[in-house]
Design a protein around this ligand. Structure first.
Ligand code: GDP
Ligand code: MG
Length: 192
């Protein structure tokens, strides 16, 4: 199984960042992605809005991963300035992962994030979190609605949604491979 290995090397060729509403599961997902790398410690809070600063995790030889503070409920005041400025100025940002709660689907604040990413022309991927908590009917409804939104209303969003549960590790391996791929750590290979 592919693992994301942490290195102490100082140079970084690329960045990936995780954004989403407060409590959507950013820190938990980063911890799940790093579950094979025990040297990475990611704090997951019981109270929403715990991540008030950007946290940086150096991964492998080539990239640094950024856990952004959450927006929406209890978001830090300077969220917009900090995140917008960061996303605009980060030249070698390989991909931004926008996390959306799979139980409640796209919320008003998620649309603000989508508008920001679209406006800046930042390539991003939508990840539905906490799928273990959604009933099958609710999950399907949210997936279909979000997929239609992505197909019809977005330019910079990767067409494939990723569905994950950090609690049960569903979808985590595929997302880990995708992160490795977009950062140049995992070439796709022909099956033949
Ligand atoms: N059931 C379930 N709970 C989750 C999952 N991911 C996160 N949580 C819970 O949601 C809460 C917020 O998670 P956290 O990762 O701190 O969210 P953040 O504010 O976006 O970093 C915590 O209580 C987590 O245990 C998941 O995949 N399934
Ligand atoms: Mg957090």
């Amino acid at each position: 199984m592919l693992s994301l290995v942490v290195t102490k090397r100082s140079e970084t060729c690329g960045w990936v960042c995780f954004i989403g509403r407060s409590n959507v599961g950013k820190s938990s997902l980063i911890r799940a992605l790093f579950s094979l790398s025990p040297e990475v410690e990611v704090r997951v809070s019981k109270t929403p809005g715990h991540t008030k600063k950007m946290n940086f995790f150096k991964v492998g030889k080539k990239f640094t991963l950024v856990d952004m503070p959450g927006y929406g409920y209890r978001a830090p005041q300077d969220f917009v300035e900090m995140v917008e400025a960061y996303l605009q100025e980060r030249h070698n940002l390989k991909r931004t992962f926008l996390l959306v709660d799979g139980v409640v689907g796209l919320q008003k604040t998620d649309h603000i994030a989508v508008d920001m990413l679209e406006e800046f022309g930042i390539p991003y991927v939508m990840v539905l979190t906490k799928i273990d908590r959604a009933s099958r009917g609710v999950l399907l409804k949210n997936v279909l609605a979000i997929q239609e939104f992505v197909n019809e209303k977005t330019q910079g969003c990767f067409p494939q949604l990723f569905l994950v549960s950090s609690l049960e590790f569903s979808g985590v391996h595929l997302l880990r491979c995708f992160v490795a791929h977009v950062t140049g750590n995992l070439p796709t290979v022909d099956a033949n």
